[in-house]
Design a protein around this ligand. Structure first.
Ligand code: SF4
Length: 502
């Protein structure tokens, strides 16, 4: 980091003074008069409220903190926000502006615990007027506070991008003054980033419930992805733990974004130069384990979000206790990380394997067996559908066999066109049989003499010591530092904090 930031200032960057009273979008950065949609500056379909009214939105922070001190506080504060994977949008560099996007996912780097590290993931501010019980940055907590100016975020993003440290920006914030005020600051940041700094890389922004819909609309043309956190699976949970938030104010911007995306697609079909609205789709996030909902309830909510709000992703964030509160589990309670992992697996089944929640769980079977992946769990509850004959089963049924994924199912379908498959040929085409062998036959024969019994298969599968993507004990929420090559830097990053911003 030393070569990037010297004495709290970024090196190699044209210094840009931002006084407390300075208008964040000054006159020279205003978009030119619009003649048609195609002539708008990148993602700026309209002027912001501040511009229109001539009012200045000035940061109220009177901090003398250096940019480095702010970065330490605000990157650390953002690290628990899990809804930060990107992708889904292809945008090539144009030879003039900085950056590009790859649809295959610019976030190829993930930390050991599966969290994305190649976005600059920061908060605009960790000041907050709300008092969500589970959040370290709630109003009633005494923690170091910091707020970036839009220019500081732009400069950080450009500097990290130039040095190949990051491939995009994930920007969230606590609620400074009120939701619209905060989102106005975020709008100013994105507007500058796109039109002054000419950044074309990936940007994911958190939407704050209760924001003026006009701001959501404006930001939607500047960002690639927007997410509004559902926070908790049920309205009762929300009322109990986040009294300043309401289900209705969360669902309203979600619906607005969904409609904006649909409308944007229609306009794109008519006009090639129509501006893109949230082109990488919207996502949301739920906290798991702070309230007593079952997996069945959580997955039903997720399914509803996919079906009714066209979500690109639903993220599940295992609750980590940082505040003592009688409405919350004790801070000593372990984070339900394995449960979070199972929910992600089940989510995958909904999105890519055509499972419905009612097939995986039910009123009687409300929670996944955390020791088995959800597809195995489902198969063991539905042994009457097995064994599956590899040479005759249709593609959809092959997908339901534990251990057979999309690629393997496709390879099987292709290979069996040339002749009947046996277990050797399955191995040759790369099908892993470790789990599948209990559920399939080739030409009417099982691989070994196994029993099609729940207990027997469960015992054997567990004996395999299914490899989880993380070690339960070694699991940490410490976000990999962008600056210190993985070395502990307690002085810089301080203690772990938990924030569910926005
Ligand atoms: S979760 Fe968001 S809104 Fe709630 S206290 Fe934390 S920062 Fe504020």
């Amino acid at each position: 980091m030393g070569d990037i930031i010297q004495s709290g200032k970024l090196s190699g960057v044209r210094p840009r003074a931002v006084s407390e009273q300075q208008s964040i979008v000054d006159a020279q950065h205003k978009p030119p008069a619009q003649t048609c949609k195609g002539n708008r500056p990148h993602g700026a379909p309209a002027q912001s409220d501040a511009e229109q009214s001539g009012k200045e939105i000035a940061l109220r922070t009177t901090s003398t903190q250096t940019i480095m001190e702010k970065l330490a506080i605000l990157t650390d504060a953002a690290k628990y926000d899990v809804a930060c994977t990107s992708s889904g949008i292809d945008r090539r560099g144009n030879g003039r502006d900085m950056g590009n996007c790859a649809a295959a996912g610019i976030c190829h780097s993930f930390s050991a615990d599966g969290r994305c590290i190649s976005l600059l993931k920061i908060l605009m501010s960790n000041e907050c007027v709300y008092d969500c019980k589970y959040c370290v940055n709630r109003r009633s907590n005494d923690v170091p506070r910091a707020t970036f100016t839009p220019d500081e975020i732009c400069e950080l993003t450009m500097n990290f991008y130039r040095r190949n440290y990051i491939e995009g920006l994930f920007l969230s914030s606590g609620v400074v003054n009120n939701p619209s005020y905060t989102m106005e600051l975020i709008y100013q940041t994105l507007y500058k980033l796109r039109n002054v700094y000419r950044f074309r890389g990936y940007v994911h922004v958190k939407g704050i419930p209760g924001t003026d819909p006009r701001l959501i609309q404006q930001i939607g043309f500047l960002t690639d992805r927007m997410s509004v956190n559902l926070e908790l699976p049920t309205a009762e949970g929300l009322e109990k733990l986040a009294p300043n938030k309401h289900r209705k104010t969360i669902l309203t911007p979600m619906r607005q974004i969904q409609n904006g995306i649909a409308q944007g697609k229609q306009e794109l079909a008519l006009y090639r130069s129509a501006p893109l609205f949230v082109p990488a789709g919207q996502s949301t996030q739920m906290i798991i384990g702070a309230t007593p909902e079952s997996d069945y309830q959580i997955m039903s909510v997720a399914e509803g979000l996919y079906d009714k709000f066209g979500m690109k992703r639903v993220f599940y964030s295992a609750y980590v206790g940082v505040n003592e509160d009688k409405a919350l589990p004790s801070v000593q309670t372990a984070s339900p990380l394995l449960r979070e992992h199972r929910l992600y697996q089940a989510d995958w089944l909904l999105r890519f394997y055509q499972f419905r929640v009612d097939e995986l769980l039910s009123e009687k079977h409300q929670n996944f067996n955390v020791l088995l992946d959800p597809k195995c769990d489902w198969a063991l509850q539905h042994l009457e559908q097995f064994p599956v004959e590899i040479n005759r089963a249709d593609y959809q049924m092959l997908l339901r066999v534990p251990g057979i994924g999309v690629k393997s199912a496709q390879r099987i379908c292709k290979a069996r066109r040339s002749g009947a498959l046996n277990f050797d040929s399955l191995r040759k085409i790369g099908v892993v049989l470790k789990r599948a062998l209990y559920f399939i036959t080739c030409n009417g024969k099982m691989m070994y003499r196994t029993k099609l019994e729940e207990d027997y298969i469960t015992r054997n599968l567990l004996a395999e010591h299914e490899k989880l993507p993380f070690d339960r004990d070694a699991m940490t929420y410490r976000q990999l530092s962008l600056f210190d090559d993985g070395q502990e830097n307690a002085g810089l990053f301080g203690q772990n904090q938990l924030i569910r911003s926005g």
